[in-house]
Structure formats: structure tokens, C-alpha cells
Design a protein around this ligand. Structure first.
Ligand code: ZN
Length: 453
């Protein structure tokens, strides 16, 4: 007998926690955190207490109360008694926090399987952030072509295209037939043939069940959506304009989206500028060159990459002012003064949380800002308003250029038709019911309910 159970990613985008059980073997696929995790109870600095372990999460039913799942120190303040693990493995599709974040609560002796890229992302996050700690785990990495046996289960990870490298979908062979889990996928990125290859392999496996993401399963798409190639074109256009006017360019994007990094890097190089990144991005690139498949430039040796350092109190950019992980790139330091006096040298990575640097840089009015992320969900988004206030204050011109990490509705429907599953379970979507419009085999998963395959 095989069963599927869903403990997260139900009727919401992200927070995937999918449990597959086969002849008593129990394996998780993703163990992420919701984007709106407990936002009814926690907001801003009102957060679950770390010393309470997961007690504060249980209070509001934000994590499943399952025995033999969590680390002993995480449940010591809860009514749940510690037991030896009753779960055999966790497979992670990719390193986005809505798929991995809650592994930090898990019993360290439950093995975690992920792509080698995902492992590097997790390490980089822990090394450069004071508050990210995924806990101790027994990690194993896989690549496309591997077949991993866990008891009666056999798991085939297959590379897919998404807005982070090292993303996988899974074909899982159980005693009750094959189950396919998409993870997060897109069909318009630079590696779209990987997604196509995954869907074909999924189809050939004649799955009894498909667990599909549905981020963009919406009645009407309000955001404009470009391909990565169109983003590159747009960025080049902005640089050409700014070159003509001898103005600075700032941009912001998700650091882990290395395709987007490459887009900015390529555009800058083609039009006679260098790219200036944060020490965090430099550290991440330096980690990721370990994975040669990703083919990223080495921030230590690549002359097209500079690293922007914030001025510390001494004002002298001395090694001792910075964290250990920030120091290796000080040779290539770019300062606020330099950015101001050489507006056409760089395009500069400037995260929203680092906007205060604009006070030191004082860019010329009419400089450019490229927001390379998705637009806010709502019109009264406070962060968006604050960003616009800063842009107005410094007279920066706003451009938004972004390609989604997810399939459009049309692409998604086509993909599911290709796979042709017997049963369809939509996750990672706000509109699971909408799948029924297109597929009679679609079921709206209920949290915690056991579905026999
Ligand atoms: Zn994702």
C-alpha cells in the first residue's frame, strides 16, 4: 500500500511538505516554510521564540504534530515526546526557502537528499547570515541519472529549469505505481530543455499520480512576464541609455537567481561596464564555482566583477572592519565615492535593504534603477511604497524587468497533458480548485488527509 499526505503547500504558494509512504517506508518531498507562515499571529519582530523550539509553532498549528520527526531539542518544550525517527529520508527539490527552510527542525539522523547545487546554497546561507542555521544533518547529494533506493521506494531526480540552479523534479517508483513531483518548474528559461526532458520522462513512467506546482494557475495574470532573453534585451537597452547620458545604474534581483546574475553580467560586459556586487553575492559565486556544471565566473579572478563595500566606522575600508567571509574580496573593493565619481564604470547590485548606501553614493539625479523581481502582490504594499519614496528622493528612474520562475497557466496545462497522470494533486498554488476546470483527474488536497494510491 502507498499513501500520499500533504502538510504544506495546500492552497498557498510555497511551504511544500509532502509525505509519501510505501509499505511502511516514509519519505518527505520538500520541507519548506510558507511565505505567510503564521502571519495571522506573527509579524515584524513578533516571531516564534527560538529557545521554545517548535512549541510556538505548535501553538498555532503551524507544523504537523508527528512523532519521530523532530530533533529532540526542538520538541523539549512541547507535549510531544521524543522518539527515534519514524521517517526514512527527506528529498529537497531546490534551495528556495519555501521548500527547505523547516529542515532545521528535523531529527538530525533523518538523511537529507538534495542536488549538489542545493547543498552549496544552504552552506552559503549559513556562512553569511547570523540567523540561518539548518541544523546538523546527514546530507547526500544526487545528480540526474541517479536512482536512489529507500526501502521499497526508488527515487529518480531529474534536473528542471527554475529560477535557481540545481532544481529537480522527482519520478518516484512505489509498489503501487509511479508518482511524479514537479518541484517548481518553468518552460521559458535558459535551460528549458531540461524541463522538457523531465516531462517526457514523467510521461514515459505512466504515473498513477502527479503532484504539480501551480503558482501561475490564476484566472487572469496581472503581472507582465518576460523570458530571460527579453530581460537581457531590456537591461541592455537601459545601459545604452545610461551610457549616452553618463548616468549610474543600480539594480536589484534575487541573489540566488544565477541566471539573472548572468543576464546583468553579460549585458554589462557587452556595453563596456563592469558589475559591482555585494560581498554576499561574491561569496555565493565563489561557493558555486565548485559546481562546474553551473559555469559561473570566479569573483576572485574575473576583472568584470567588483565588490561594493559599505563604509564602516573607521572609514578606511580595513580588513578588521569586515566579517571573515567578506574579506577575501577587499582587493576588488569599490566604494561609494568611486561609484559617484565614475557613473559609467559599473552597474551596481543594490538590494532594497541596503538603500541607505544611496545616502553615501549620492547618485546624479536621473540615474537608473532596475527592479528585477516580480511586482508586489497588492497595490498597498508598504515596502514598495518605501522603495518608491527613496527612488523619488534621489531622482532615480525606475524600470522593472523580470522573468518568472514558474510556468504560465497555458504552459502548465500543456505540461500536465503531456504527463497524462491518472490522478493530479495541485500544490504550491492559491487556486487548486481551478485545475479541475482543465483536468477531471484533479483533486484538491486536504491538509493531513491520507490519499491511498
Ligand atoms: Zn522555487
Amino acid at each position: 500500500m502507498a499513501y500520499l499526505q500533504f502538510f504544506g503547500g495546500i492552497g498557498e504558494i510555497g511551504g511544500n511538505k509532502i509525505l509519501l509512504e510505501d509499505e511502511g517506508v516514509r519519505v518527505w518531498f520538500d520541507f519548506g516554510k510558507s511565505f505567510n507562515m503564521g502571519s495571522d499571529y506573527f509579524t515584524g519582530w513578533l516571531r516564534p521564540r527560538s529557545q521554545a523550539g517548535i512549541g510556538d509553532y505548535f501553538e498555532f498549528d503551524l507544523l504537523p504534530r508527528l512523532r519521530g520527526l523532530y530533533a529532540e531539542d526542538q520538541i523539549s518544550c512541547t507535549p510531544l515526546r521524543y522518539e527515534e525517527p519514524r521517517f526514512d529520508a527527506v528529498f529537497l527539490s531546490h534551495a528556495h526557502f519555501d521548500h527547505v527552510e523547516h529542515i532545521r527542525f528535523l531529527d538530525p539522523s533523518i538523511p537529507i537528499w538534495c542536488g549538489s547545487g542545493t547543498k552549496l546554497f544552504l552552506e552559503a546561507a549559513e556562512e553569511t547570515s547570523g540567523f540561518i542555521n539548518y541544523g546538523e544533518h546527514e546530507y547526500h547529494t544526487f545528480r540526474t541519472g541517479d536512482r536512489i533506493s529507500v526501502g521499497t521506494l526508488e527515487v529518480e531526480p531529474i534536473h528542471v529549469d527554475h529560477s535557481i540552479p540545481g532544481a529537480y523534479g522527482f519520478i518516484i517508483h512505489t509498489t503501487a505505481g509511479t508518482v511524479v513531483y514537479t518541484g517548481d518548474i518553468r518552460a521559458h528559461g535558459p535551460m528549458q530543455e531540461m524541463t522538457e526532458g523531465f516531462l517526457e520522462a514523467a510521461r514515459d513512467a505512466e504515473p498513477v499520480a502527479l503532484i504539480s506546482e501551480g503558482t501561475r494557475m490564476v484566472a487572469r495574470e496581472r503581472r507582465k512576464n518576460l523570458s530571460e532573453a527579453q530581460v537581457l534585451k531590456g537591461v541592455k537597452r537601459v545601459i545604452e541609455e545610461a551610457n549616452g547620458e553618463k548616468k549610474s545604474i543600480f539594480y536589484t534581483h534575487n541573489r540566488r537567481n544565477t541566471d539573472r546574475f548572468r543576464t546583468f553580467y553579460t549585458a554589462a560586459e557587452a556595453l563596456g561596464r563592469r558589475i559591482s556586487v555585494t560581498p554576499k553575492t561574491a561569496h555565493l559565486l565563489w561557493k558555486l564555482i565548485e559546481d562546474q556544471h553551473l559555469d559561473l565566473p570566479n569573483p576572485m579572478t574575473d576583472d568584470s566583477i567588483s565588490v561594493y563595500y559599505r563604509r564602516k566606522k573607521s572609514g578606511e575600508y580595513q580588513e578588521k572592519d569586515y566579517y571573515n567571509w567578506e574579506r577575501p574580496f577587499l582587493d576588488k573593493a569599490v566604494t561609494a565615492e568611486h561609484v559617484r565619481s565614475h557613473p559609467t564604470d559599473f552597474i551596481m547590485d543594490l538590494d532594497f535593504n541596503r538603500f541607505t548606501e544611496l545616502i553615501d553614493i549620492r547618485p546624479q539625479p536621473g540615474s537608473y534603477f532596475i527592479y528585477s523581481m516580480s511586482e508586489p502582490f497588492t497595490e498597498d504594499d508598504i515596502e514598495d511604497q518605501v522603495m518608491r519614496n527613496w527612488l523619488d528622493h534621489f531622482g532615480l528612474r525606475y524600470h522593472q524587468l523580470h522573468a518568472s520562475g514558474h510556468m504560465s497557466r497555458k504552459e502548465l496545462v500543456k505540461a500536465i497533458e503531456v504527463v497524462n497522470p491518472k490522478r493530479l494533486f495541485p500544490v504550491h498554488t492559491e487556486n487548486p480548485q481551478m485545475f479541475k476546470r482543465f483536468f477531471s483527474c484533479a483533486e484538491e488536497p486536504e491538509k493531513g488527509k491520507r490519499y491511498m494510491l
